[in-house]
Design a protein around this ligand. Sequence first.
Ligand code: MOS
Length: 724
Amino acid sequence: MGDPAVRIDAHLKVTGQAKYAVDFALVDPAYAVFVTSAVARGSIAAIGLAEARAVEGVLEIFTYLNCPGKLHTPELFSDGGYAATTILPLDSAKIWYDGQIIAMVVAETFEAAREAAYRVNVSYQEEQAMSVFDAEGVETCAVADIKNSHVDPAIGDAAAALSTAAVCLDVEYETPAQHHNPVELFATACVWEGPKLTIYEPSQTVGGLRHGVAQQLGIDPSHVRVISPYVGGAFGCKASVTPRTALVALAARALGRPVKLVASRAQGFTLSTYRAETRHHVRLGASRAGKLQALWHEAYELTSRADDYFVAGTETTARIYHAPNIHTKVHVVRADRGTPGFMRSPLEVPYMFALESAMDELAVALNMDPVELRRVNDTPREPVNGLPYSSRSLMACFDAAAQAFAWTMRDPRPGSMRKGDWLIGFGCASACHPALIAPATARVHLTSNGEVRVETAAHDVGTGAYTVIAQIAAQKLGLALPRVSVTLGDSNLPPSPVSGGSITTASVCNAVAMACDKIRARLAPNPANETLGAAFARLGIGAIEEFAEFIPRGSDPEALQKLYKGSTAIVGGAMDAENIMVSFGAEFVEVRIHARTKEIRVPRITGAFAAGHIVNPRTARSQYMGGMIWGISSALHEATEIDPREGRYLNNNFADYLVPVNADIKSVEVILVPETDTLVNPLGIKGLGEVANVGTSAAIANAVYHATGRRIRKLPIRIDALIA
Ligand code: MOS
């Protein structure tokens, strides 16, 4: 465990000095406001602009009438490109989904642009929307049939093993669409100076944004610079290039002045990505002693008509417990919707809800303690390829959390732990997330008076990246933390990977450590007691600057070149040839359900987590705590409500899109379980940003069952589910 250092950017943030992307002052900016589609399928029949143009201050209105051919079609992030969707909104009259951009009004003021946007008159050639799982006309495809690179993990003969297993479970689960809703709105400002474009936009991938927008505009990536020093929440929705950025750049170029866009909260629901709804069919077969004989996991994920985005979380669920027979299969369901995308623990949140609920149901069927069921099926090797875990602290996490939670107080009989009008339930679940890593580069500059400057185009999405990067440099160079300054979030800096998949700390810290080691080597031999000043004097220089390229073990030969092109070649997790690398945790919750009103409360949640070398226990704890709170949100509050007739998001605001507030969150206890992993990477760091909202919703569903005897298999669990 490292030092629990206070965030080095905390003071800047709480005093309002930290500049977010659109806080940068621009010279004479114009303001853009989007008009979005009011239908989910069809095309624009006519678009009347006269009334909008008459608004004082309007400079230009961009539509499919004057934009076609101006932008190149982007390639999807998951296909090796940069984009959230291949849809080019103003390139034609076609409507792919409700909320798609159909016009961009640019005016002297935000108010004029907004008023003119209201006065754009659109008529549609509307077709019936087919936007949800059960709509007629959605198209279901097995991912393995449409994507050559996809393999559904499988071993043995699960169907046969299920037919002979002593105890069997056959159940279906469902999770809803969710939207990220970071506090910072989707915003973009573009400034041209001759052929050079500067983009100010909150981003998890300044390199990807640079290259992606350059590709769409057909310009040299070296002419594009992306600046994003602080990000007001991301969670995946700022990890790929969305259509808005190139449009704002186009407007700025056409008008010859800077253009700034800050989208509304409601528009945020359709300008970026979201977590798609999923359905799961899980079958488990076990011996009387609880040993899994067969695991069967088939799933369906909603996607758009344009892009086959999918997460395929069976990649994880097939590998967490020992089972000799495994069958998995993942499908996409193409519908008239925007393309989904990454959202914190994209694979694990929906898929582990299914598996961890099913494990609890199996424990009930076996009359077995659910912790013991996990212990019986614990394994040093993942079952599909037989690779050993580089480290696996799942049961250590269960034991630590169970003890702190006082799990032994649980009477296993459902509905047995009542206090007055309140039914009490205890539930638990496993949390896991692959420990991923990618190439990264960094430049470190040390002066003879002991000032350190670290530069890399990584991102601090609120996680503490500035701080942990500074800590590694301070440690490696033997200097105090305040001597280190860190610059991130600028695509002109040495490239770093997308801040997604919980890869930043492991990837970037190893690059920074390498650069620091090079500096130490240049200072050597430094005899004991030699001051830094004396060492520099001995060498006859005033400063040392070193640059390092860190390439994780198992990377393909092109991985570094991909990084320089703004892509991220992720390795680790189940992709390594020698080990499987996973961060683990265990979560325990108490729910209280009012016997008459069915009001559901979570008075306490305890999570224990292990993630190798913890660079900063304070920021780690904060990530785990935030993850568990989000998990409570997934279980009880959050869902994007979709009108199935119109394919429209109904609760696209903070009043109706429910997230927990302070009154919903009581005791949140985080335990950091020590773990040493010498195999994951030189510094032994496993990512931990995403693991903690995995399994939380299952733990709560399991506790709800324990409190009431009612098994709820569809999220979120609200009062109506318990009254029905
Ligand atoms: Mo995060 S969903 O890995 O950007």
